[in-house]
Each structure stands twice: as structure tokens, then as C-alpha cells.
Design a protein around this ligand. Sequence first.
Ligand SMILES: [Zn+2]
Length: 460
Amino acid sequence: MINNGVTVVGYRPRKVSVPVKKGGMVRLEVRRQQDVIVVYGIFSASYKPSAVTYNIQAEDIDSILKFGRSIHGEAFLNGKRLPGGKFRGPLPEDEVMHTEGGGAYALPGITDAEEAVPLFPEYERSTEITDGAPTQFDNKTNYHQRAIWELKTGIERKGVQLITMHGKGVCDGYSNSPAKALNLAAAAGKIVGQDGPRDVVLYLARDRPTPQTLKTGISGYWKADQIIYIYYDERLFTKTSVPDAKPMPGSSKVHMAAAKKTADKAAALRDGPLLTSAYFCGCSACTASNFDGCLMKDAFGSVVPKNCARASNVGLASQTMQLEDFARTLERDRVVAVRVSADEADIEGMLWFAILDDTPIKLTEATMHAGQEFGEGWLVAHGHWFSLQGAPAANGDRTYVILPEVVILNVNSMLPVATPIIFNAANKNARPRRARGGGFNSITTYLLNNSAWESLTGLL
Ligand SMILES: [Zn+2]
């Protein structure tokens, strides 16, 4: 009926002192604790779990932790739908449901979260533990994703392959609980065989919004505090989001792989540079990804650089260009995408759009505009912001209006894309048009289709 990708995330590890009674005395014992979330990514059984489904879900988890919003799937936490995501459907209200057997039970409704609340805003670095089973997913594509993850998400991702013989991972203890809940629901006539994956997600988000005390045999350190359910429409699983990669030589001996940092972002996106090792080292230097300073180098040896490149570079290298070359292409009526810092990213996401009034000029002295400082020597242009109207449509298309106010835009914060960004006037399939005075009204709506949005956010 459904596929269920289970990820268990432990974060904010810490040591706490707990009072323990021993022989009539109370003593303080130091215990390790962390916050734990179990994430169920649910999609149609007709789509096979793969490196694509896994990495789409991983990107959503990182975004939910750091920014409080999903990117791809429709995500639910504590009975609320989180901001972000595509192919979102209508939400159910409070209901009294009737079972097939004639019984009745109450299901609470779901509402949209009012704002994006990051669960772990200080999130910078992750260690991904996968089991080494080659059937789990296409390893080469996953290696490539590790290499480019920080460029894509702002979060460094180091991967550790468990040797399969080492036994069961934490996920195994959790993977059964939605199945159990669904079996119970089916037995009680609450859910029927032909219910699709989104129905299942909505049911679980309403009936099981928080972890139950299950006898999963999971130790306290990995005991889940919260559950995130994410529904994935199959159309989200695209090669644009997770491109295929070429095989990496000697990968069967690699048990640790981390991105090799490089200043050349375009080359990194293409070549997937990694630092690899046959061992996972947990020394303080390696934990901070300072592999040169490894305290166990004598035993484990040095890390080995390897590349795990994209299988195809179609549409990649030519899409971004040097800033100066890019600035020379800018002129009146050109639409630009502006990168937004994480704390300003709201429902509009990490890219805002503007239409230019003029070609950029270099500032000869620092200036202030609308409370913002622009430094001497900066390349700036005048323009107008696009403003997103409501949430993206079910198919991911986004509707905007152009704001009449003239603003100053910094060329350095624009995404240097070679191909023009096309907005269409939603009703007449025409480019944005100026009013007689040269400005814009804030009534005409413009459409940015989902594939244009995806290919731009893929360059962030
Ligand atoms: Zn080390």
C-alpha cells in the first residue's frame, strides 16, 4: 500500500546530572541525553525507495530542523502542517469518524502552523549513519549528495557506513510502529485498503501525532520525543533534485566520507569532491571534520581524496557564471533571483525575485536606503520586488505580484544565472509589463512555474 522511509534524528547532545537513589542516599549521576525525532516519509508503494527518495527526505529533515519548513514534502508535526513543501492538499477538520464495524471515534483536525519554528537553529553539521547493505539504495548517488550537501543546504554532512554484520541500527526499532498503528487502525475499520499514502499520513498525523510508549526496546538515549510525518507525491522524486552520479572507484572499502571543502562551487557541484577513509574515527579533530589533525592518524592513516561526480553535466556548468560577466548581462526589465539569508527566509523560501529598472552601477560612496547599508564599490541596481501571493499551488507553481516601490538591489546577492528567469503574466502569458509611468501596479499577477523554481533553487 505505502512505502515508509524511516529516519531517526538525534540532536543537541548533552550531559545532565540526574539524582539517583542508592542505598537510601541520593547521588547525582551524569547521563547523556539528546533530543530525538523520528521521521516517517510516506509515499506510494509503486515508487521504489532509492537514493532519490532518501535524499529528498534528508533535505526536508535538515530544513525542518534548521528553518522550521520543509522543501519538498508535505510535513506534519504535533498535529500541525509545517510551512513549505509542494503538492499540498486540503486539510481535514475535527471529525467524528465511523468505523466499518459501526463504531465511532473522534479524529482531531489539522491546521497550518502559523510560522516556521526551527527545532534546531544552531544546526551546522550532521553525521549520517546508514547500513552498508548495497540494496538499501544507490550508494554512488548518495556519495555525490554528501559531497554537495553543504552547498545545497548549508549543513555539512559526514557519512558513516555501518558494516552490515554489526547488527541492527536504531531505525529498525522504529520502522514497525506506523505499520503497527496502521494494522490496528485497519483491524478497527478506521482505515481501508484503498486509502492512498496521503490518507495514511493524515490519519497518522491526527491519530498518532506524538510518540506512544512502545515496547520497541529502544534505549533512553534514542527515545523519540516527537514524530514528523511527511507525505511525498511521486512527482517530487526528480533527477533535478537528486542527480545520478558516476561510480566511485574503491567505494566498497570506504566507511567514512565527508565533503572536501573547495572554493570553486561550480566544480564541486560537478565533481563531488570527498575525503574518505576505510575507518570511522571519532576523535575530537575528526568529529569537527579537521581530518588533518586526526589524533588517531598512526592507527587509521590519512583520509584519501576521491571524487564522486555527477553522471551528466547537462544544464549545470553553463547555468552559473562569474559575477562580473553576470553583471554585464543585467539591464532594464531583466528578472533576477536574490539569495536571502536564512533568518529572512519565510514562506517565500530562500530565493526572492525582482525586476530591474536599470543597468547596475558601482557605488562611489557608501549609501543608506530603506534602513539598509550599501558599501562603496558595490554593484547595485534599482528594481521592484516580486511578492509571493499565498502558498505555492498544488503543482508547485508560484503566483506573484510586483510591488510598486523602487528598491536598491545588490548584484552580489543575486544568483548569477546565465539563462533569463521567465515570469508570465498569469492571465495572458505575457512578460511583466510596465504601466505608463514606467512603474508596476500591484494587481497583475505573474506566474513562476515549478520547474523554473526547482532549477533555480537547485543552484543555491
Ligand atoms: Zn581522528
